[in-house]
Design a protein around this ligand. Structure first.
Ligand SMILES: [Mg+2]
Length: 219
């Protein structure tokens, strides 16, 4: 038996190699209003609106532009799954570990890089866009579990599954992963350029191959 029972991954920059902020890709592609975005961003960081309100504000800007499903996928056609990601996920699964995504990213990106993601992850926390048959946005659901609240998502899964936080692993790359990494028994900073995250991580992996996490989790 391994020491760990649950492994949670961030998406942007961790499972997906070449993206730091997925939302920015769509803002650029659909050319949304920078001033309105800046205003909502400031409101969030000043504590005047919640993360979910901020996310819904920004997502609504795409709907206003009548953004189509095929355009969303065109905007992210250059995105690549991290090297070694599938081998890593399959191996952890084979060993009986529970897998989760805790991310502020969007379901479209996950679908693009791991089409069979429903078969692999037991829990998925991210924001979602759904389309109707004509490819128009039919529904938008935003996650509230980003930034500090990623830690709450980790606790939700752990409590429900009767897993102690010591038995949880979090793998992430950016500042929004700091809090959740502090809570998890094993924090792995991966593909990380942020000194603050490296400081709270138990392990820092410089090589851009996700298989590098396996020996830290399974040994
Ligand atoms: Mg990230």
């Amino acid at each position: 038996m391994t020491k760990y029972k649950l492994v949670c991954f961030d998406l942007d920059g961790t499972l997906i190699e070449n993206v730091k902020f997925s939302w920015q890709i769509f803002h650029d592609y659909f050319q949304t209003d920078a001033h309105r975005r800046e205003d909502a961003r400031n409101k969030f960081f000043n504590g005047r609106i919640s993360y979910a309100e901020w996310a819904m504000h920004d997502m609504s800007l795409w709907k206003e532009k009548n953004a189509k499903k095929e355009e969303f996928f065109k905007a992210i056609s250059h995105l690549k799954l991290m090297d070694g990601a599938m081998e890593t996920l399959n191996e952890l699964k084979r060993k009986g570990l529970r897998l989760a995504i805790i991310s502020g990213s969007i379901n479209i990106l996950l679908e693009k890089v791991i089409p069979n993601y429903e078969d692999i992850f037991d829990d998925i926390f991210l924001s979602r866009i759904y389309f109707d048959n004509e490819g128009n946005i039919s529904q938008m659901k935003v996650t509230e579990y980003d930034v500090e609240k990623k830690a709450e998502a980790l606790k939700l899964i752990a409590q429900r599954e009767n897993i102690s936080l010591k038995e949880c692993v979090f793998v992430g790359d950016y500042l929004n992963d700091i809090k959740v990494m502090e809570e998890a028994g094993l924090g792995i900073a991966f593909n990380c350029q942020e000194e603050k995250l490296k400081e709270v991580a138990d392990v820092v992996i410089e090589k851009k191959d996700l298989r590098e996490v396996l020996r830290h989790i399974l040994d």
